[in-house]
Design a protein around this ligand. Structure first.
Ligand SMILES: Cc1ncc(COP(=O)(O)O)c(C=O)c1O
Length: 376
């Protein structure tokens, strides 16, 4: 129940014990097709350029920015969480110039502020975080943001690390040009092969770059040789991670993507109702509450670190503290993928109430469980 990695489904663990075949073995090539189709299904896209990048979410993130951003490009990034800062760092390394659109940590971007930033800076690329793991904020109004960007001929890169497979995300319908993600959040897969999708508009820019991407490993024009029609060697794919990802994505398809979004909302909704019945407050209002990462305010006088230690030591449950501007202010409670289950919410609420009581906070575990049960 932390911010990821989330619990891995037993079927995915089993898939990881499958004997290895070569990365160009016909059986593996077939499996690559499956993974790409299943990723398209999960991202809700028809994008041909849809691949698992070898590495964790940051590798997919760097593949996105390192290919789409050319030296001299101006790139607009958000300041409302930890991962906007990482975007800025990657953009600078790619030779881009960073400009910022501000919002406080714990709030989403306001489309009016994005519009102002576009009018002022005329960026070539706009990056935003759909589900900010550091603050528990879901960015609403995505189509409004992509419209602003496209009316200025800019490309949009979305960080969907904590939303893919858990929270409504429609890459094509929302006209997102590039989206990247991680395996270890709502897909409940070990980290190591990370989803990335680019539309033709974005790939046109990538394939007509004047200067090669600064990373050889993540250069999409070279990776095309392996993941495109040709299927020729670029680097040795992390075979076991690709097995795992296929199984995790099959689980998404079997459940149905919309049903999966609804499950996350229902189970996390029960968690939210439970903590509120205990007298705790969510950090994000309902309009931008992120079901996969619940930011709960630490009550006055409670030591957040002691609560986190207590639930880990006594209940073997992981939750996390706040970061950056929200350090000490919030607990971050994940409700992701295979972890988004009724029994986990029940255990979490009991454990949290116990830990808070240790700290002298009167937490009514009975009321919390009753409120949660009504939603499950
Ligand atoms: C929103 C977001 N973006 C990017 C990343 C980076 O992913 P990774 O840690 O898998 O490299 C994370 C990881 O937690 C994340 O939550």
């Amino acid at each position: 129940m932390g911010p990821g990695p989330s619990p891995v489904h037993p079927r995915v663990l089993r898939a990881m014990s499958t004997p290895l075949v070569g990365h160009l073995d016909p059986a593996f090539v077939e499996l690559m097709d499956d993974v790409q189709d299943l990723l398209r299904y999960t991202f809700r896209t028809e994008n041909q350029w849809t691949i698992p990048v070898s590495g964790t979410g940051s590798a997919a993130m760097e593949a996105a920015f390192g290919n789409v951003v050319e030296p001299g490009d101006t790139v607009l990034v958000p300041t409302n969480g930890y991962f906007g800062g990482r975007m800025a760092s990657m953009v600078e390394r790619a030779g881009g110039e960073v400009v910022e659109v501000d919002a406080p940590w714990g709030e989403p971007l306001d489309p009016a502020a994005v519009q102002d930033a576009f009018d002022t800076h005329q960026p070539d690329v706009f990056g935003f975080v759909h589900a900010e793991t550091s603050t528990g904020v879901l960015q609403p109004n995505v189509p409004e943001l992509t419209d602003i960007a496209h009316s200025h001929d800019a490309l949009v890169v979305a960080d969907t690390v904590t939303s893919l497979g858990g929270v409504e995300l429609k890459v094509d319908e929302w006209d997102v040009d590039v989206a990247y993600s991680g395996a270890q959040k709502c897909l409940s897969c070990p980290p190591g092969a990370s989803p990335l999708t680019l539309n033709d508009r974005a790939m046109e820019k990538v394939l007509s770059r004047e200067e090669e991407s600064r990373s050889w490993y993540l250069d999409l024009s070279l990776l095309e040789g392996y993941w495109g029609e040709e299927r020729s060697y670029h680097h040795t794919a992390p075979i076991t991670n690709v097995y795992a990802l296929r199984e995790a994505l099959r689980l998404v398809a079997e459940e149905g993507i919309e049903e999966r979004w609804a499950r996350h909302e229902r189970v996390a909704g029960a968690l939210k109702a439970g903590v509120e019945a205990m007298g705790l407050e969510m950090n994000a209002p309902d309009e931008y509450w992120l079901p996969s990462l619940n930011a709960v305010r630490v009550p006055e006088g409670v030591d957040d670190g002691a609560v986190i230690d207590h639930v880990l030591e006594k209940y073997d449950l992981e939750i996390a503290s706040g970061l950056g501007d929200l350090e000490g202010d919030i607990f971050r409670i994940g409700c992701m993928g295979h972890g988004a289950r009724a029994e986990n919410v029940t255990l979490l609420l009991g454990a949290l109430a116990d830990a808070l009581e240790e700290q002298g906070y009167e937490a009514d575990a009975g009321a919390a469980l009753a409120a949660a049960r009504d939603q499950l």
